[in-house]
Write a protein that binds this ligand. Structure first.
Ligand SMILES: [Zn+2]
Length: 181
């Protein structure tokens, strides 16, 4: 065993992006506000051919107490947001929330929250799923051509319904293979 060294522990993240949906403001049984929202952070990069590409990362953010209350009241889908906080496995919790108004102070860890996937179509503001958009539809099929369920895809009910219909239509037009089952 190496000599015990006091190791600096650091877990600090800063993110700038936009909300992909309206925030959810809830209260614990003891009345503590807790706001949860999903944000998308875009990154631009050059691919092998030198062409600029955009790539988005989706992150769920949890903000407690006063800062959470403010987020729940002031933010909405599409709002730009700067988040500083710590990374929690499958979760982010902010330390000082969003916007001006100062730090809300360090938080107790909080209980783990259900991770919510972001509906890809909502995130990209696609109102109607296009049944001719084969590369997109294909992304929701398994290698064997079976359709993935809403729980797997993270799509909202409305878009999942449209997707099911879109895939059916594409199959009828023989743009996509039927499942082997
Ligand atoms: Zn959706």
């Amino acid at each position: 065993m190496p000599t015990a060294i006091r190791l600096l522990q650091l877990n600090n993240v800063q993110l700038v992006g936009r909300l992909t949906r309206d925030p959810e403001l809830r209260f614990t049984t003891s009345g503590v506000p807790v706001c949860r929202f999903d944000m998308a952070v875009n990154r631009n990069f050059k691919d092998k051919t030198g062409e600029w590409k955009e790539d988005a990362t989706f992150i769920t953010v949890v903000v407690w107490r006063e800062a959470g209350q403010r987020c729940g009241e002031k933010l909405k889908k599409g709002s730009p947001v700067y988040v500083e906080g710590r990374l929690k496995s499958k979760n982010w919790e902010t330390k000082d929330g969003c916007g001006p108004g100062g730090p809300g102070g360090g938080r107790r860890g909080g209980r783990p929250m259900m991770r919510r996937k972001v509906c890809r179509f909502c995130a990209e503001k696609i109102a109607e799923v296009d049944y001719k958009a084969i590369p997109i539809l294909r992304g929701f099929l398994t290698a064997r051509g079976k359709m993935l369920g809403g729980r797997t895809t993270g799509n909202c009910a409305r878009h999942q319904r449209q997707l099911t219909q879109g895939i059916k239509r594409s199959r009828m037009l023989a743009l996509l293979p039927y499942t082997g089952e």
